[in-house]
Design a protein around this ligand. Structure first.
Ligand code: AMP
Length: 634
């Protein structure tokens, strides 16, 4: 394919804002492109020169392109500068200046799409002394193409194409071009063109039939199509399918686009998807699967504001895991080789050398694993907040030193592929079991994400308090029977974080514990400040404290602090107001049990507020305001 053809397509797409029209133009181009050019075409259409996981950088700045334009067109640096200031786009500058030059010289190179891609990719390997000049030279040689080509070459080199071809549009265009066509969704015109459902034909401009009933062409019936699909028979890409109704038509069309989407989710490369569609059709697309060292889009979570809602969404029993405060990592392993990818599919293997030996040490040949990398303090082993390690993701120098000072531990929570077998459709429970079998309990650099399987809201609530006390963000609740759905924000995985502002409350009462907690004061009555400064009760809290002193704020410490302030003989004691604690909760409820008129749902102690006295505690007015705005009422 000639680059001039692609430049013409870009130009057409730039002038269209309607998605159906864009898809049609894209499908026309994809349909006539030879297999060997599909990869380059689809990458360039997305404004990319490298796949997302390729860490090489083109590294061409606007200034350098300015120089290349001036070298290619003979315009002075000043001319380029002033035109750039006027147009605000170096692509337009290149176009304008090279069309002026063309009037004097007629030579222009015939560029091929594949050749352009290779030459732009070649820029990534120019480094070191003299490389800037060589880049200027190489870009200027590219710019000796036609003015329109020059416009898009500049934008491509600068990675500023911005013609708005989204993944959904490309997916549909591949389906329209290379897979069976559903009548009604695509409408044949008497001129022979197959159109999207528009008023007039994209090719000849004649009016198109509106309803399925008005469409004359005959094709394969929807039953025959479904049967052929189920039995794995190949169906030619040019096949026309006649659905029974508009609804049936949309369902069949979704079946086709879902196959393209599935292959894209697996391979993240539209070029590869288009080649499979062309060569192996629908069946090939549906059978495409994970490949080691090609990152797969990660499954994303939905969010709920209450634990009850989160649990009912994933179904019980469910798996509750700490929502660790790090960054997502997908680890690919094969024959001793390891690669790490981020959520944006970038390769960050070189940035995190400390976790590679641990991954190599797993007794597996082939695997694709999913997890969260969390920074930790090398002295105490405790997790550090994400902000502290975030700088490591893009770091290029001093990596070994950073790995010693602020190492990360990879907490694995899922496995997508193991020993060549794709586990995407395997229930999460089984995937996690497989993961558990291959991992040591808790290593320094590799661990299994802490998990609790339960149907009890109380247990999940306690687990949530633990997660917070350890400095994590909250919980991820997961459906135990669910498949792994790459790239989808599905209800199989639901995050639950603290959403309410914390309250600082005064302890005005305490109760003795029972059983193994006997001897400690383990439940505390909390109060906020009323309008006249009086203390008003708002509930009791007993979660969030530790049973072991070394784990954080413990019942022992609270008991030691409360004893001198407590009076009373029975199980419940009155406490002289002096201690303020920060409390998180899920919801504020109105309640006649407490003098404030409110109660806290699922309160948990976060920490002591030694810096605050009862006179600094949260006020009833604040409670009323929070109550009024919760559950999206604000
Ligand atoms: P968010 O970024 O707020 O949409 O939350 C989803 C992200 O939480 C995931 O992409 C992971 O990076 C992160 N995460 C932390 N812990 C877990 C876990 N146990 N399971 C799944 N994702 C987790």
């Amino acid at each position: 394919m000639l680059y001039a053809e692609l430049a013409e397509l870009y130009d057409t797409l730039e002038k269209t804002s309607k998605r159906l029209e864009m898809t049609w133009h894209l499908a026309q181009a994809i349909g006539r492109t030879e297999e060997k050019d599909l990869g380059a075409l689809l990458l360039l259409l997305q404004g990319r020169v490298l796949p997302p996981w390729d860490e090489r950088k083109v590294g061409v700045a606007e200034k350098l392109v300015g120089k290349a334009i001036s070298r290619a067109t003979g315009a002075s640096a000043k001319e380029v500068e002033s035109l750039w200031a006027k147009r605000g786009d170096l692509g337009l500058v290149a176009e304008e200046l090279s069309s002026k030059k063309r009037q004097s010289t007629l030579r222009s190179e015939r560029l091929e799409v594949r050749g352009v891609l290779e030459r732009v990719q070649g820029l990534t390997s120019l480094e070191g002394e003299g490389s800037v000049d060589r880049k200027v030279e190489e870009v200027s040689r590219l710019l000796s193409a036609s003015p329109r080509e020059a416009r898009y070459l500049v934008r491509t080199v600068l990675e500023q194409l911005r013609i708005g071809v989204g993944a959904g549009t490309l997916r549909d265009a591949i389906a329209w071009a290379l897979l069976p066509k559903v009548l009604g969704v695509l409408v044949p015109c008497s001129c022979g063109a197959l159109n999207p459902a528009l008023k007039t034909c994209m090719q000849c401009g004649k009016p198109l039939p509106k309803r399925l009933a008005e469409i004359q062409a005959k094709g394969m019936s929807s039953q025959d199509f479904r049967r052929a699909l189920e039995s794995g028979k190949s169906i030619p890409g040019s096949a026309l399918i006649t659905p029974e109704s508009d609804e049936d038509g949309r369902a069949l069309y979704t079946l086709i686009t879902d196959a393209v989407q599935h292959a894209y989710d697996m391979l993240n490369d539209f070029g590869a998807v288009a080649r499979i569609a062309k060569r192996k059709g629908l069946r090939g697309l549906r059978e495409s699967s994970i490949e080691v060292f090609t990152p797969v889009k990660m499954m994303l979570a939905q969010k709920e504001d209450t634990l009850a809602a989160a649990m009912s969404r994933v179904g019980v029993p469910c798996a509750a895991e700490y929502k660790l405060d790090g960054f997502r990592v997908q680890a690919h392993l094969q024959g001793g080789g390891v690669r790490l990818f981020t959520r944006r599919l970038e390769d960050v293997t070189a940035q995190f050398p400390e976790i590679l030996p641990a991954l190599r040490g797993l007794r597996v040949n082939d695997a694709v694993l999913d997890g969260e990398a969390v920074g930790f303090d090398p002295a105490s082993g405790k997790c550090r907040p994400f902000q502290e390690v975030s700088q490591r993701i893009r770091r290029k120098y001093g990596i070994e030193e950073m790995a010693r000072e602020l190492p990360v531990r990879l907490y694995l929570f899922d496995v997508l592929m193991l020993e060549g077998e794709t586990l995407l459709k395997t229930p999460f429970r089984k995937r996690r079991e497989a993961l558990g079998r291959m991992l040591p309990k808790e290593g320094k650099y590799l661990a299994l994400a802490p998990q609790l399987v339960t149907a009890s809201e109380k247990e999940v609530e306690d687990f949530f308090a633990e997660a917070l006390a350890e400095g994590h963000e909250g919980l991820m609740l997961k459906n135990l029977d669910a498949p792994y759905q790459p790239g989808a924000r599905v209800g199989h995985m639901v995050k639950y974080k603290v959403v309410m502002d914390a309250l600082d409350l005064v302890i005005v009462g305490a109760e003795h514990g029972e059983g193994k907690r006997a001897g400690w004061l383990t439940s505390y009555t909390l109060a906020c400040r009323g309008n006249a400064g009086e203390l008003l009760e708002i509930g009791k809290v007993s979660t969030g404290l530790k049973e072991k002193e070394e784990e954080g704020l413990s019942f022992m410490e609270m008991t030691r602090r409360l004893k001198p302030l407590a009076s009373g003989a029975g199980k419940s004691m009155t406490v002289k107001p002096a201690i303020v604690i920060e409390v998180h909760y899920e919801e504020i409820q109105s309640s006649s049990n407490y003098s404030s008129g409110y109660a806290l749902r699922f309160p948990r102690v976060i920490r002591l507020r030694d810096d605050k006295g009862p006179e600094d505690a949260s006020t009833l007015q604040q409670v009323e305001q929070l109550y009024a705005k919760q559950r999206g009422r604000g």
